[in-house]
Design a protein around this ligand. Structure first.
Ligand code: AMP
Ligand code: MG
Length: 613
C-alpha cells in the first residue's frame, strides 16, 4: 500500500494575510499525522476566493492526493464560499459524511447549524470541508476518523484491504490477510501452557507499571459529559454565590431596628425580581425564598410570624402587616457569598466529577472543564461458535455472544465508554484483521476467548507473531480467569495495550473488573483499587486450590455485612454475577484449610451496586 498524500487547506482571509493566525491547519496536520503516520502531508493557506479554492482543490486532485480537508469558509457570511467551490469540483457527493459531521457537531453546539460543509469525491480524492475553528476541527476529525482508512481504500480500489474490512465486518475469514501463525501441526501444540503462572499481586503490579506509561494528556469536556472524569485543574469561584443577599424564607423583608409592630407593605419581591427603591423605617417588602433583599432591609420575618392588618378592597394587595416576633439583623438572609465566597476553591485537581460537583460548576458559570484524558477502549469477541445476539435462531453448535454486551455495560457501570468491534472467527488471518482494525482506533483492546489450550486458541500467537507483541503475562493463579493475558505492541507508531481475557462470561466479567477497570484508573492517575470491606460468609464455602473471586450480594442485618454467594460459581454461569455487589477474595485451599465455615469474616472488593433489594 502506497504512502498516502493528504492535503490540508486553510481557507481564510485573515490567516492568508497573517499566517500565524492559522491554528486549525497545524492542528489538522497533527491529527492526520497520528492517523496516517507514513503519509505525506501538504498544507496551504488561501483567501476566501471561490476561484482560488477551486483551483487549489483541482491542483491537489491532479497531484493524486488521497484526501483533502479544508478548514474555514463554511459559514453564512458573504465571504464564505468553500462549499460552493467544493461542489464545483467534486464528481460524486458523500452526503453521509456531511450528515455525520452535522449530527455530532450539533450535539456539541447549536452553532453547527451555521456550517454548510460539503463532502465529495473527485477522481481518486476524497474532499471534506471542516468549519474554521480549532475546536470544530478537532471534533470533526474525531467523527470521520473511523472511516477514513476504509473510505480511501475503496476510492483507490485497494481490493484486498476493502475485502478484508468487509469480510471482518460480516464475521468472515479474510483470505487475503496473511498471518504468520502456523496452525497446521496440531499434534505438535504444547500440552502444558508455556506461560509462567503469576500470583495476583505480581499481575496487578505489572498492569500498574505498564499502564502508568500511557500518556493521554488533558482534554476539555462540556460539563454535561463530565460525570466520572478526573479533573485536571483546580477551579475557583469567579463570582460569589449567592451573588446578592437572598431571602431564605417566604415572608417580609424588614429593617431589624424597627422590631415588632405594624409595617406598611411597600412592595412584593419574588425570586428573579430586583427592587431598587430604598426601604424606609416602618416599611417592609413581601419576599419569597431566593429573592434579593431590597436595599435598606437587613432581615426577613417568616410569614408565620406576621399578621395581616389591612388589604386593598379587592384583597389583591396587602397594605399593612404586623411583625409579631422581633427580628435580628441578618435573620433568614443568605448574605453575598454565603454558599461560595468569591475565589473559593470549587474543585481541586484530581477530584472525580460527581453530580454535586457538576452542579457546583454549572452554578458557578463553568461550561467546560479540563480533565485527564482517557484511553479509547475497544471490545472484540472471538470464537467460531459465536453468533450476534440479535440473531433469533441459533445454528447447530452455536451460542450467542454475550461478552460484548456485558463488557460494554460493565465499562459503562464504571464510567467508561467503549467501542464494540464485533466477533472474529478463531482463524489466525481473521484475528489479525480484526485486531488490526481495532487497534486503528483503540488504545486498549479487550478481547475475549481464544487464550486457552485448544488448537483454535490462537490469540496469543497472533499477538506475538503478527503484531510483535510483548506478553507481560499469559497465566495468573486465579479463579476464574487463569489464562488471562496482558500484552503491549507497537502499532502505527503508538503503544497499544491488549487484555486478552478468557471467553467464559464470568471469567471475562471478573478479569475485566480486576485488570481492565484497574488499567483505566491507572491511566487517569487515580486510585487503582476498588474499596474493600470485611464481610461475614452467610454459608460454608469450599475453597479452590487457586485464590477465588466469588460473586456475592450483601445483607445489612448485622454490624458487619453478610455475604450471600450468588449460586453455582461455574465460570460459564453469568447468573452468578447478576446483581453482585462484591467479589469475595477467598484464599487458596491448603492442607490445613479446605473450606471456610459460615460466619467466617473475609475481605470483599466492592465492584457493584449496594442496593438493598
Ligand atoms: P474460550 O476462552 O474461547 O476457550 O471459550 C471458553 C468458553 O466461553 C466456551 O464455552 C465459549 O463458547 C464461551 N465463550 C467464548 N466467548 C464467548 C462470548 N463472547 N460470549 C459467550 N460465551 C463465550
Ligand atoms: Mg474460543
Amino acid at each position: 500500500m502506497a504512502a498516502k498524500i493528504i492535503a490540508i487547506i486553510t481557507v481564510s482571509d485573515t490567516c492568508f494575510k497573517n499566517t500565524s493566525n492559522d491554528t486549525s491547519g497545524p492542528t489538522l496536520v497533527e491529527l492526520v499525522k497520528e492517523l496516517f503516520p507514513k503519509s505525506t502531508i501538504q498544507t496551504t493557506i488561501i483567501p476566501d476566493e471561490r476561484k482560488i479554492i477551486e483551483d487549489k482543490l483541482k491542483e491537489y486532485c491532479a497531484k493524486n492526493a488521497d484526501l483533502i480537508i479544508t478548514t474555514g469558509g463554511t459559514g453564512f457570511s458573504n465571504r464564505d464560499v468553500t462549499p460552493e467551490a467544493t461542489k464545483a469540483v467534486i464528481e460524486k457527493e458523500a452526503p453521509a459524511i456531511t450528515i455525520a459531521l452535522t449530527i455530532e457537531s450539533l450535539k456539541k453546539t447549536p452553532m453547527a447549524m451555521v456550517s454548510r460543509s460539503v463532502s465529495g469525491i473527485r477522481a481518486n480524492t476524497l474532499i471534506i470541508n471542516f468549519p474554521g475553528s480549532k475546536k470544530a476541527v478537532v471534533e470533526c476529525f474525531d467523527v470521520i476518523k473511523p472511516i477514513l482508512h476504509h473510505a480511501i481504500e475503496i476510492i483507490r480500489n485497494e481490493t484486498t484491504k476493502v475485502k478484508s474490512v468487509h469480510a471482518e465486518m460480516q464475521g468472515h475469514i479474510c483470505p487475503h490477510t496473511i498471518s504468520n501463525v502456523d496452525v497446521s501441526k496440531v499434534a505438535l501444540r504444547p500440552r502444558e501452557s508455556p506461560y509462567p503462572m503469576l500470583e495476583m499481586p505480581e499481575a496487578f503490579k505489572i498492569v500498574d507499571t505498564v499502564m502508568s506509561q500511557w500518556v493521554g494528556g488533558i482534554q476539555e469536556v462540556n460539563i454535561k459529559d463530565g460525570l466520572g472524569h478526573v479533573v485536571a485543574e483546580s477551579l475557583y469561584a469567579k463570582e460569589p454565590m449567592p451573588p446578592f443577599p437572598a431571602s431564605i424564607k417566604d415572608g417580609y423583608a424588614c429593617i431589624s431596628s424597627d422590631s415588632v409592630g405594624v409595617r406598611r407593605v411597600r412592595a412584593a419581591v419574588t425570586a428573579g425580581d430586583s427592587f431598587n427603591l430604598l426601604l424606609q423605617p416602618g416599611e417592609c417588602a413581601r419576599i419569597n425564598t431566593g429573592a434579593p433583599l431590597p436595599p435598606g432591609a437587613d432581615c426577613v420575618v417568616q410569614v408565620e410570624d406576621t399578621k395581616l392588618i389591612s388589604a386593598s378592597p379587592d384583597n389583591e394587595t396587602e397594605l399593612e402587616v404586623e411583625i409579631l416576633v422581633a427580628p435580628k439583623p441578618q435573620q433568614d438572609v443568605r448574605p453575598i457569598g454565603f454558599d461560595i465566597a468569591l475565589g473559593d476553591p470549587l474543585v481541586t485537581e484530581g477530584s472525580v466529577l460527581d453530580a454535586a460537583l457538576l452542579g457546583v460548576l454549572a452554578g458557578a458559570g463553568y461550561q467546560h472543564v479540563r480533565v485527564r484524558a482517557r484511553p479509547v477502549v475497544a471490545i472484540l469477541s472471538t470464537g467460531n461458535e459465536l453468533q450476534d445476539p440479535s440473531e433469533a435462531t441459533l445454528k447447530p453448535a452455536h451460542i450467542r455472544d454475550s461478552n460484548q454486551t456485558m463488557l460494554k455495560a460493565l465499562f459503562k457501570e464504571h464510567g467508561y465508554d467503549s467501542v464494540c468491534e464485533g466477533v472474529s472467527r478463531d482463524d489466525a488471518c481473521a484475528l489479525r484483521t480484526a485486531v488490526t482494525h481495532a487497534l486503528r482506533t483503540a488504545d486498549i483492546l479487550v478481547c475475549t476467548g481464544g487464550v486457552s489450550m485448544g488448537e483454535r486458541d490462537l490469540l496469543k500467537p497472533v499477538l506475538t507473531q503478527d503484531f510483535g507483541a510483548t506478553l507481560h503475562f499469559g497465566r495468573v493463579r486465579m479463579k476464574p480467569g487463569k489464562p488471562s493475558t496482558f500484552a503491549t505492541c507497537q502499532f502505527e507508531g503508538k503503544t497499544k495495550y491488549i487484555f486478552a481475557l478468557p471467553g467464559n462470561p464470568v471469567s471475562a466479567y471478573v478479569c475485566c473488573l480486576l485488570f481492565v477497570i484497574r488499567a483505566l484508573r491507572v491511566c487517569e492517575r487515580r486510585s487503582a483499587e476498588f474499596p474493600r470491606l470485611r464481610v461475614r460468609l452467610a454459608r460454608h464455602f469450599a475453597l479452590d486450590p487457586r485464590p477465588e473471586y466469588v460473586r456475592a450480594i450483601l445483607k445489612f442485618t448485622d454490624d458487619i455485612p453478610h455475604a450471600e454467594v450468588l449460586g453455582n460459581q461455574c465460570s460459564s454461569r453469568l447468573l452468578s454475577a447478576c446483581g453482585a455487589s462484591v467479589l469475595l477474595e477467598l484464599p487458596p485451599a491448603d492442607k490445613e484449610l479446605r473450606s471456610l465455615a459460615a460466619g467466617t469474616v473475609v475481605p470483599a472488593i466492592v465492584t457493584g451496586r449496594m442496593d438493598l433489594n
